[in-house]
Design a protein around this ligand. Structure first.
Ligand code: 16G
Length: 209
């Protein structure tokens, strides 16, 4: 029986199968999704009850969320679960029942590379009041290892220039000659806002060959 509020987006046991020693990230002290370093911290898939635990408010620390009602959240949750390629992963402070970190792995199904899978790292955000807990590293390494575990041939992300050293320390590379991200924005009303951001970098992590 699935308890209301505890329905998970994906199988939580996947997170226990990840080998954190495989990551180039330096954890001091060593932590993992299964043992995140504090008894009150839990790394797990997004759940249907996370609307009440401040998930949308946390995303607001990354970018504009707009107004998201509980119904909208639950509808999007069900759509993602039905599609099966969304691995939205969170860290909860179980003392306050608050979501304090999040990152998403989105899997894109390809025809190239023998009908390969490409991972995309999206919507990484950590509550900035929890410093020194390695939360950023923990959540990014978790979904990065998950992409490898699920058979992705590479994982890539878009980020601000100032975050390049952080992602580099976790194994992501600016591939020579292949690290530009270009954007066209449709959020400016009827006016098409073109934003060719050659300076915005795309980092990628090659998976196992
Ligand atoms: C960053 C995020 C991306 C997010 C975007 C939101 C990472 C690695 N990258 O690029 O996932 O969707 O910001 O910005 O977390 P936007 O609202 O301007 O699209």
């Amino acid at each position: 029986m699935v308890v209301m509020g505890e329905e998970t987006l994906y199988d939580p046991s996947l997170l226990l199968e990840l080998d954190f020693h495989k990551s180039p990230a330096k954890f001091e002290p060593f932590i993992s999704a299964a043992h995140p370093g504090e008894p009150w911290m839990k790394v797990r898939p997004l759940q249907d009850g996370d609307y009440e635990k401040g998930f949308i408010q946390l995303l607001g620390q990354l970018t504009a969320t707009g107004t998201v009602t509980k119904t909208q959240f639950l509808t999007r949750f069900s759509q993602m679960k039905a599609l099966g390629d969304y691995y939205v992963t969170v860290i909860e402070d179980t003392r306050s029942k608050t979501i304090i970190g999040a990152a998403s792995l989105v899997i894109e199904r390809k025809f190239i590379r023998g009908c390969g899978l490409r991972g995309r790292l999206e919507d990484v955000v950590v509550n900035n009041t929890y410093r020194g807990k390695q939360l950023g590293k923990l959540i990014v390494v978790t979904v990065t290892l998950l992409a490898n575990h699920l058979g992705c041939y590479k994982m890539s992300l878009d980020c601000k220039d100032k975050l390049i050293p952080f992602y580099t320390s976790l194994g992501y590379l600016l591939e020579p000659g292949n690290s530009n991200s270009m954007t066209i924005r449709y959020d400016g009303g009827s006016k098409l806002v073109s934003n060719l951001t050659a300076a915005t970098n795309t980092l990628s992590l090659e998976g196992p060959s």
